[in-house]
Design a protein around this ligand. Structure first.
Ligand code: COA
Length: 165
């Protein structure tokens, strides 16, 4: 299979929404959220596409903060279950990092659920560290932010420093 990683285009959003349903512990969003990314955050959002069928097999949706232009954020990252463990997640992270560092960013942030062990192990492997603050408690060696997204919505905030290029 020949795969290509490219920037999103607006019409990708329905296929991304369909793939998101196969993304395990990852939160799914209303279609409008995927549409927002494919329309307004093209520079920092990517899909993995099968070049023969044009089927979308993975995506990373991210942006650069308006409040702090030195900070970027990965909102969602997902690979088709058949494509996992083959280095594509790493390629998407590397491309995002490369892109935002050229835009002057110094860090990448993201949040994940404490029980999403696959994603936690993956992000640690990718060089992210869990963020410690007065609101976090330590659990299994990670800093967990209590009620981050509302009552009982604990999250781990991951941060990675990137070099401006
Ligand atoms: C998390 C996810 C994106 C990882 O993508 P992937 O393509 O399978 O990961 P890769 O093959 O690129 O792996 C990159 C590195 O992470 C490691 N890794 C990947 N999954 C891992 C796991 N479950 N446990 C430990 N290490 C893992 C790999 O060994 C590899 O290390 P290496 O560079 O030393 O060889 C993918 O599993 C996925 O789509 N999961 C479901 C959705 C999700 O949870 N998304 C994250 C929350 S937004």
């Amino acid at each position: 299979m020949n795969l290509d990683i490219r920037n999103v285009v607006p019409d990708d959003f329905m296929e991304i929404a369909k793939l998101a349903e196969n993304c395990g512990h990852m939160s799914t969003m209303p279609n409008a959220v995927y549409h927002l990314f494919t329309r307004h955050f093209k520079k920092t959002s990517f899909v993995v596409e099968d070049t023969a069928t044009h089927k979308i097999l993975g995506f990373l949706l991210g942006f650069i903060s308006q409040d702090d232009p030195e900070e970027s954020y990965i909102h969602l990252l997902c690979l088709d279950p058949d494509l996992r463990g083959k280095g594509m997640g790493k390629s998407l992270i590397n491309l995002f990092e490369d892109t935002v560092s050229k835009e002057g960013c110094e860090k990448i942030k993201l949040v994940t659920k404490p029980h999403n062990k696959i994603s936690i192990n993956f992000y640690i492997k990718m060089g992210f560290q869990s963020y410690k603050s007065p609101e976090t408690v330590e659990s299994e060696g990670l800093n967990v932010y209590k009620d981050y997204d509302g009552p009982d919505q604990d999250k781990i905030i991951f941060i990675k420093s990137v070099k401006k290029s």
